[in-house]
Design a protein around this ligand. Sequence first.
Ligand code: HQG
Length: 176
Amino acid sequence: MNNRSISKLLSFILRHSPDTIQLTLDAHGWANVSTLLQQCKAHGHHFTMQELERTVAENDKQRFSFNEDKTMIRANQGHSLDISLDLPPAIPPEFLYHGTVARFMSQIRQTGLQKMSRQHVHLTADLSTAEKVGSRRGAPHILTIRSGDMHRDGIIFYLSDNGVWLTDQVPVKYIQ
Ligand code: HQG
């Protein structure tokens, strides 16, 4: 399988639906690598450890991490599954960005940014990433978030292993 197909499959399995291949994740989202390979194969998705290592290493957003001895793997962010990434709270930069689309704006203006089907609201420190995230749904609409003020007001942020800023929600008053 090529990197893109493996990455799409892993995103689905490790973030949303390990059950579809009878895989179990631990409380922090880690899956056993040999069980993953075996269960993927049993469900018609055959790829080797070498292909998996290549996909993880070359992934454009570094979506996945191995543990030290490569016996476990997890998605770095984006879960809808109720797992705890077990990240330490982190101090955000003064401003962060969120890429969305115009059609969501009236609701966002009323209720702020909500995590919707995922475990966190996803924010980014660079505008170009926010533009890419927004473009997945149409013409991107970029929101600037006063994350420094949120932090000083006691709202907790986490930084995923692939550099995505995560928080529970962004109340309207912090959206510029
Ligand atoms: C919107 C990708 C209405 C929000 C990206 C977004 C990211 C609201 C959508 C990661 C709302 C949720 C996550 C509200 C938020 N009312 N709409 N109150 N609050 N929304 O996919 O941030 O490529 O769950 O603006 O790069 O788009 O998969 O979140 O449009 O890092 O690795 O509801 O997914 O990563 O959509 O994307 P998502 P997202 P990967």
